[in-house]
Design a binder for this molecule. Structure first.
Ligand code: C2G
Length: 743
């Protein structure tokens, strides 16, 4: 047998599932799977059953930790080569096959690791596209550049080329020793056993580094295949499912130091020693300096500083000489255990770095003012800053809270709106552009902040500030901590959310269902105002008929025409770039115009994340693009029918008790791959799920029948989700948050 795949398992069964799945789908089969159970608490019998065709050998680690699990795996292995696969990672279909083609009596055969938080297919597709876009000449240039770098590296040392190539590829480039990993490579079992190479079990977090250094130091023959990709999962929920490297632990620092020291002991090789040097120096400038300057834990300036000084004294002068004079000085003062001098140098070093980052992008200069000037000034009493959808429009609950507050208590407060679209708030509130100096000013100094999404990441909540998070919809799609993989967001999303939600003093909920869901999915512990949605007050306004006429006139809609609003949501996997989502209209507007154009006007409204512009050519007199219209609540008021998909708009629209149609042409993908839902779309939503344009047309033409058919379900839905809305939510909100009344 060629390979023994050693999979240590401690926790996160859902990841193990994907890991084993990847082995099952591998195009290469000459391997055994050794699953080393490390006191796992989740029962995995069902998984073993599912993957019985892999003939998994299960062994139990008597000790604890990934090092001893892997050692147990090495001992149990029967294959000629050993491949370590962590239970939260996976391989691609051809990874093992490609690796196997390079195995011809080498001590080590190396592959390559790719990090991902997304699915790998996406990544590969993107890579392929990138290559497609480069013309042949560019590809050739890039290839030549990288060849040149490799040659430069090789020419520096006097060692066999295959060894140097292995070093180069494993370390990627000079001074890049941070990339070092034991993963993605196959190790000859005899080589490991004959040389007594094993993981150091006293290390929990950092046993990889000395292991690979020892392997590289002792191996005589190498081969590699960089296309043999090992996929390393970037955990996107470090709060609930931290990866080993994301766990916070007291002993971590000392372990890191021990691991560096141990690594030096494992080799005499010049290149490898230099790699260790670089790793230590990199750690100093990338991480240690920040802790030294900012950590509140006194250890960083005492014990940790002294211990690091000892380790830095092991670093060769040759490696140090490759750094700038400034960095050399910082290293020297650390080596001399001169804390005061080091602190001084570090302060300048970090200050310069920050300034460089800020001035590099002139657009962020206001942040400097925010941190260094505005935050130091006192809070401005009774100043309220409002923001809706990142200042895209004047709408949603902040608008209604503002209008209530301004019309009833206008003389007691000063109002500021962050608005980028030129909208003018009623009652003459001050307008600032998001991410401007003025914006930073009010973000730092306003006493009250009313936002319907999260504030910028650089916002620092101050003592004396009250933050009211209104949120922007009853959740249908799974949110934050209820989502397994956050496909569209950065892997830091959950971590950031966790931190930010602590800043909220109040969170508004439109119904009991939201109250329960938000508390869980945001891991929110603050006060929830279950008062209904201020944005829905208008739907209960006594003069709503007159308001509707006004709005229709504003939009040039003939008063004798009925109105259909089509308001779909965005799709996590269809985007151009950060925050810029694609949307392709699947509704056949031309056909609808032909069939129902006499009776209806169609309002098309894309979600605020969508950057595609709808093309309404040929639809004049029938379809109106209202995507830029500020307030969707006003559009509800004039609409006789609402068509949506998985957007929360129907929870609000249902307050009007008017018919709702669901055009869910991609429900399977949306439900299973992208988000998952909190409620059962097929049995709980207040209208039919329609999959084709013909079905949509039929439903519109038979809307009375649809209403009748769904009347019972609609009522149940209304009772469950609209039970708090009555036109007075803004009032209740203002009384609690601004007048501090409790019921
Ligand atoms: N919206 C809109 N036009 C659309 C879609 C949405 O104006 N075509 C507004 C509605 O007010 C809606 C809100 O944006 O309630 C949120 O949109 P969703 O489609 O529900 O999606 P998302 O922004 O992901 O928010 O708890 C709710 C979730 O956070 C969903």
């Amino acid at each position: 047998m060629l390979l023994s795949i050693v999979v240590p398992f401690y926790k996160y069964k859902n990841y193990l599932n994907e890991c084993l799945d990847s082995l099952l789908n591998s195009s290469f089969h000459d391997f055994e799977t050794i699953l080393v159970l490390d006191h796992n608490e989740e029962n995995i019998d069902d998984l073993l059953q599912t993957y019985s065709s892999l003939n998994i050998r299960v062994i139990h680690n008597e000790k604890h930790g990934v090092a001893s699990s892997r050692n147990a795996g090495i001992k149990a292995a029967k294959g000629n080569y050993i491949y370590f696969l962590d239970s939260d990672d996976y391989v691609l279909k051809d990874t093992l096959y490609l690796l196997s083609t390079c195995i011809t009596n080498q001590d080590i055969v190396y592959g390559q690791v790719n990090n991902t938080w997304n699915n790998m297919a996406n990544y590969l597709e993107k890579q392929a596209k990138k290559l497609e876009n480069l013309d042949d000449e560019e590809v050739e240039m890039k290839e030549m550049e990288s060849q040149q770098k490799i040659q430069d590296f090789i020419s520096q040392y006097n060692q066999p080329e295959s060894t140097l190539l292995a070093y180069y590829h494993m370390f990627k480039k000079k001074r890049g020793s941070n990339n070092i990993t034991v993963l993605s490579h196959a190790y000859s079992r005899t080589f490991l056993l004959e040389n007594n190479i094993e993981f150091n079990e006293s290390l929990t977090y950092y046993s990889d580094f000395p292991f690979i250094i020892e392997c590289l130091s002792k191996a005589k023959t190498f081969n590699g295949c960089l296309d043999a990709i090992y996929v390393k999962r970037r955990h996107n929920d470090p709060i609930n499912y931290p990866a080993l490297r994301q766990e916070e632990n007291e002993g971590r620092f000392y372990e890191r130091m021990n691991s560096y020291e141990l690594s030096y002991k494992k080799t005499n090789n010049e290149i490898l020693t230099e790699m260790i040097d670089y790793k230590i120096i990199n750690y100093y400038f990338r991480h240690f300096v920040k802790r030294l300057r900012r950590s509140e834990k006194p250890e960083w300036k005492n014990e940790y500083f002294n211990r690091f000084s000892e380790v830095m004294n092991l670093v060769s002068d040759k490696a140090i000489s490759k750094y700038s004079k400034e960095k050399q000085k910082m290293i020297a003062s650390l080596k001399n255990k001169d804390l005061n001098k080091t602190l001084k140098l570090v302060r300048t070093f970090l200050g310069k770095k920050k300034l460089k980052n800020m001035t590099h992008n002139k657009n962020t200069m206001f942040k400097l003012a925010y941190y260094h000037v505005y935050l130091k000034k006192p809070i401005l009493k009774n100043v309220v800053l409002f923001e809706t959808f990142n200042a895209k429009n004047y709408s949603d609950s902040p608008k209604y809270i503002y209008e209530y507050l301004a019309s009833h208590y206008g003389d007691q407060y000063e109002f500021v709106w962050a608005l980028n679209n030129g909208a003018k708030p009623k009652y003459g509130g001050k307008v600032v552009k998001r991410f401007s100096f003025e914006y930073a000013y009010y973000l730092a100094r306003a006493q009250y902040l009313v936002f319907n999404v999260r504030p910028p990441l650089w916002y620092r909540k101050r003592e004396g500030q009250t933050f009211l998070e209104t949120w922007h919809g009853t959740p249908l799609k799974r949110l934050v901590f209820d989502q397994e993989e956050v496909t569209a967001a950065s892997p830091k999303y959950k971590q950031q959310f966790y931190k930010q939600r602590k800043d909220w003093d109040y969170l508004i909920s439109a119904n009991d269902f939201s109250t329960e869901t938000f508390a869980r999915c945001f891991m929110y512990e603050g006060e929830i105002l279950d008062i209904g949605y201020p944005r829905n007050d208008i739907l209960y306004a006594p003069n709503k008929e007159e308001l509707a006429v006004e709005i229709k006139k504003k939009l040039n809609i003939p008063l004798d025409k009925k109105v259909i609003l089509y308001a779909p949501t965005w799709r996590d996997d269809e985007y151009y770039g950060k925050g810029q989502y694609k949307f392709e209209l699947q509704l056949d507007c031309k056909m609808l115009k032909e069939k129902i154009g006499n009776e209806y006007v169609l309002l098309l409204r894309t979600h605020q994340y969508i950057s595609d512009r709808l093309d309404t050519t040929g639809l004049e007199g029938f379809a109106i693009n209202v995507s830029q219209y500020d307030d969707i609540s006003e559009l509800y008021l004039i609409s006789d029918i609402c068509i949506t998909d998985y957007s929360s708009v129907f929870f609000d629209f249902a307050n009007l008790k008017r018919p709702i149609l669901f055009y869910t042409y991609d429900i399977e993908k949306y439900k299973n791959q992208l988000r998952g839902f909190y409620i059962d779309m097929t049995s709980e939503v207040p209208g039919p799920l329609l999959y084709t344009n013909e079905e949509v047309l039929y439903a519109i033409e038979h809307i009375d029948e649809v209403e009748q058919q769904y009347s019972e379900r609609y009522q149940q839905f209304y009772d469950r989700f609209c039970h708090l809305d009555d036109g007075n939510a803004s009032k209740r909100c203002v009384e609690r948050v601004f007048l501090n009344k409790k019921d």
